[in-house]
Design a binder for this molecule. Structure first.
Ligand code: SF4
Length: 352
């Protein structure tokens, strides 16, 4: 990369490596991290929902000493629970926590459910706490997005504007080493709490500053909006039966992300390119059809994409390609432009 050149979005593997290195030296020692259980995460997250960490710590320790598990909490009198909560404020949380414990004992034999929808039906458990129980308590591949995590991802990846926050979360989850969900959740929370502060982020200490869209955009956002470069590309939706070909993007648009194969438009007949795609990705193209044009604006580019539906047969399996069933595609974190292209190819069946 030459000096001054925009490095684009940070590749997820690199982000994770930097984040985990940072976390290895900066992890906060907190009482709910001494020993892990879904119950401990539940209590900690309910307390932290409206209250700062330093204030929660003594309450959490006393509460766990008095109610060490969900059964003890469920069988306690409401007055005892409120007494342990006294001074922490927002007492509705204590009522909900007590009711949730009772329901867990009655309906789930005292075992906190490891399922998002079931958790959400318990009193006082919103999407964030449910995700934290799964991602931290159970160490399942789920990202809990609180305000700290939202801020870090929004700033580093520009999520919220060009990139969907959930897509970025899924991308990180899919790239993290297995069994590291707890690690990833805590590292993002700590990074947001210690470095990427909401006011005055400590960018000079930040390992992501070379990629961070917040830094890149600071002071020049309006200029960039006016100066977005128009990029015209051609996108191939290669179909073999009910499966579609995904490849890793190369070049300045979506570097390193999975998506549909594309190339910059040069006005030439796309046949030779389609044949080359077939050879490279183990696919025999039998014909193609023009489906129309889709457009999407990103921070630096306005992209217009001519969409081709290419029909053919698979001839081999290559590691740099993935064949995914159409019905599975909504679960993949694809850039919005490709979602629009897929919706054009399969109207009514695929919704971006
Ligand atoms: S460079 Fe600054 S704004 Fe960007 S992630 Fe790092 S601390 Fe946050």
């Amino acid at each position: 990369m030459s000096p001054g050149e925009d490095p684009g979005l940070m590749p997820p593997e690199e982000f994770l490596e930097c984040l985990f290195q940072w976390f290895a030296h900066n992890r906060r020692d907190l009482p709910w991290r001494v020993e892990y259980s879904p119950y401990r995460v539940l209590v900690a997250e309910v307390m932290l929902a409206q209250t700062q960490v330093p204030r929660v710590i003594p309450y959490y320790c006393r509460f766990l000493e008095r109610f060490p598990d969900v059964s003890t909490l469920a069988s306690a009198l409401r007055e005892e629970v409120l007494l342990a909560w006294e001074g922490l404020g927002y007492y509705r949380r204590a009522h909900h926590l007590h009711e949730a414990a009772q329901r867990i004992v009655e309906r789930f034999q005292g075992c906190i459910p490891a399922d998002f929808e079931t958790l959400r039906r318990l009193p006082g458990i919103g999407p964030y706490i449910a995700s934290a129980i799964l991602g931290i308590g159970y160490n399942l591949p789920v990202l809990a997005i609180d305000t700290n995590v939202r801020r870090v991802l929004s700033r580093v990846f520009g999520a919220g504007e060009d990139v969907n926050l959930r897509e970025i979360g899924n991308l990180l989850i899919s790239h993290m080493p297995s069994g590291k969900a707890r690690h990833l959740n805590e590292a993002l929370m700590d990074f947001g709490a210690l470095v990427c502060l909401s006011q005055k982020p400590r960018c000079s200490l930040c390992p992501f500053r070379g990629f961070c869209t917040f830094v890149k955009d600071a002071g020049r956002e309006s200029r960039i909006r006016q100066q977005r470069t128009l990029l015209e590309i051609c996108v191939a939706v290669c179909c073999a039966g009910e499966e579609v070909l995904l490849t890793r993007s190369e070049g300045k648009l979506f570097p390193g992300l999975w998506g549909l194969p594309f190339r910059e438009q040069d006005g030439e007949d796309p046949r030779a390119w389609i044949d080359a795609l077939g050879e490279r990705y183990g696919f025999l193209p039998l014909g193609f059809q023009e489906c129309g044009v889709v457009a999407h604006a990103y921070t630096r580019y306005r992209v217009r994409a001519r969409v081709l539906r290419v029909s053919g047969k698979r001839t081999g399996m290559l590691s740099e390609a993935a064949w995914v069933a159409f019905r599975e595609l909504p679960r993949y974190p694809l850039p919005s432009l490709f979602r629009k292209a897929l919706a054009l190819v399969r109207p009514g069946e695929y919704r971006p």
